[in-house]
Design a protein around this ligand. Structure first.
Ligand code: PXP
Length: 254
């Protein structure tokens, strides 16, 4: 499904990130548990899209997973990748619905910060142009920072995804003043980006405890959530884990 095939009207979308099904699979080097099976179950449970991050070191999602997802999904694939030539070639071969450009460091456990767009404007503008031309919606994963949002707009991205990690970490560690300040920043920057004409997504670290205030921002059109949902699936199963996230999002939005 390419960029134009999705109806953008309607409810807040939930993209389920299945990277960590692959993390568990890779712990034993075999084929189980299968991320494609998780993706199909997520679709059936109400996910509006599937997100998968093909990292340079292939620590979780593999090239074969991306091939399989492109074949089996009936909801859009949000293909997360670093801005490298190798990944650009892979994205152009598959032409997924969306390509989300993220910063990537080998030594990090997860995507730690947002992309530094303002410093790399020219390079990124050239990098994303062929992806846009191929029909992919290009999303840039950035901190809730006015300078980065303006730069993402200037380079021609259609979408920004705001990094919610600092907000979620502050919540988890009981730094409540900081949490509230991060939330305020996310709220302000969602409105700012929307006013520029960018579609606004958000994600990273969201849980049942932190999702509602972000889901309530009227400008946010999609949340991408992975680690918590896959973790919660251990205890209650993937379908109930997603149904509950969906319920919290819908309730917050209403
Ligand atoms: N959005 C982006 C751009 C990400 O890199 C990630 C993590 O891979 C997520 C959303 C999902 O974050 P989490 O797994 O913490 O829910």
């Amino acid at each position: 499904m390419t960029g134009d095939a999705v109806n953008y009207a309607g409810r807040l979308r939930l993209g389920v990130n299945i990277d960590h099904v692959a993390t568990v699979r890779n712990a034993r080097g075999g084929a189980y548990p299968d991320p494609l099976r998780a993706a199909r179950m997520a679709e059936a449970a109400g996910a509006d899209g599937i997100t998968a991050h093909l990292r340079e070191d292939r620590r979780h999602i593999s090239d074969a997973d991306i091939d399989g997802l492109m074949q089996v999904l009936s909801v859009p694939l949000n293909f997360e990748m670093a801005a490298t030539d190798e990944m650009q070639k892979i994205a152009l071969r598959h032409r997924p619905h969306a390509v989300c450009i993220v910063p990537e460091k080998r030594e990090e456990k997860t995507t730690e910060g947002g992309l530094e767009v303002a410093r790399e404007e020219n390079k990124l503008a050239h990098f994303i142009a062929p992806l846009r031309d191929a029909g992919c919606r290009v999303s840039i994963f950035i901190a809730a920072d006015r300078r980065q949002i303006e730069a993402a707009h200037r380079i021609g991205a259609q979408v920004i995804e705001l990094h919610t990690g600092a907000y979620c970490d502050a919540h988890a560690e009981g730094r409540l003043d900081e949490r509230d300040a991060e939330l305020e920043r996310l709220r302000d920057m969602s409105a700012f980006a929307h006013a520029l004409g960018l579609e606004v997504h958000a994600g990273h670290g969201l849980t049942y405890d932190t999702v509602a205030p972000v889901a309530a921002f009227p400008e946010v059109m999609e949340l991408n959530i992975g680690h918590f949902i896959i973790g919660e699936a251990i205890f209650r199963g993937i379908t109930p884990a997603i149904v509950e996230m969906r319920r919290l999002m819908d309730e917050a939005r209403a």
